[in-house]
Design a protein around this ligand. Structure first.
Ligand code: FE2
Ligand code: FE2
Length: 191
């Protein structure tokens, strides 16, 4: 799917089905962090107008998703506990370039991979979650996350040569796949 070089371990869905509450809580934090990442990109690159406009749209959409998941939690009587961090994202960040403009390209590529993997996980939940209402929720979010993947890669191609973007997508594809293969089926969105 998209730029992903490996599929999620087929046993992850069993863990997700055994912990709907934890998946929803982690999902809420993922949406919040996706919005925060968009704001941080505006903060870092305020002179890049295409990036700024696209990030404004992204931030609005992600914060709406956050609200949707918060309401879902509320309706189930589940309290949104504190964010415990996302080691999948942290690990991706360790492979990013430190100097500009390579850093900007890597931030966009990492953003694209997080969206693509989230989209893959949503499609698994949309099909195999054992609760009908949750299948409906994830189905409703699928298209927008796939759109976010394309948005990050489009911004990258606006500011960097297409060949370089393609090469970095391939390199990060291998890195991301290795991180995913080493996962141990945790009840989180990228677990
Ligand atoms: Fe989202
Ligand atoms: Fe997204």
């Amino acid at each position: 799917m998209l730029c992903l070089q490996c599929e999620t371990n087929p046993t992850w869905i069993n863990v997700a089905n055994a912990h709907h509450d934890l998946i929803l809580i982690d999902h809420a934090h993922c949406e919040k962090k996706a919005a925060a990442f968009g704001l941080s990109m505006i903060n870092r690159y305020p002179g890049h107008l295409k990036l700024v406009h696209e990030m404004v749209d992204l931030v609005k959409e992600e914060i709406e998703h956050f609200e949707l998941v918060v309401r879902e939690l509320e309706s189930r009587g589940i309290t949104l506990t504190r964010d415990t961090g996302n080691d999948y994202v942290k690990e991706l960040h360790t492979h990013m370039a430190h100097n500009e403009p390579d850093r900007m390209l890597d931030l966009l590529i990492v953003g694209a991979f997080i969206e693509a993997r989230s989209c893959e996980r949503f499609s698994i939940l949309a099909e195999h979650c054992d609760r009908e209402d949750l299948r409906t929720l994830y189905r409703s979010l699928l298209a927008s996350e796939a759109g976010h993947y394309r948005m990050y890669t489009d911004i990258a191609r606006e500011y960097f040569p297409a060949d370089r973007v393609k090469q970095r997508l391939k390199e990060f594809g291998a890195i991301e796949a290795a991180i995913i293969r080493a996962r141990t089926d945790k009840p989180t969105m990228h677990g």
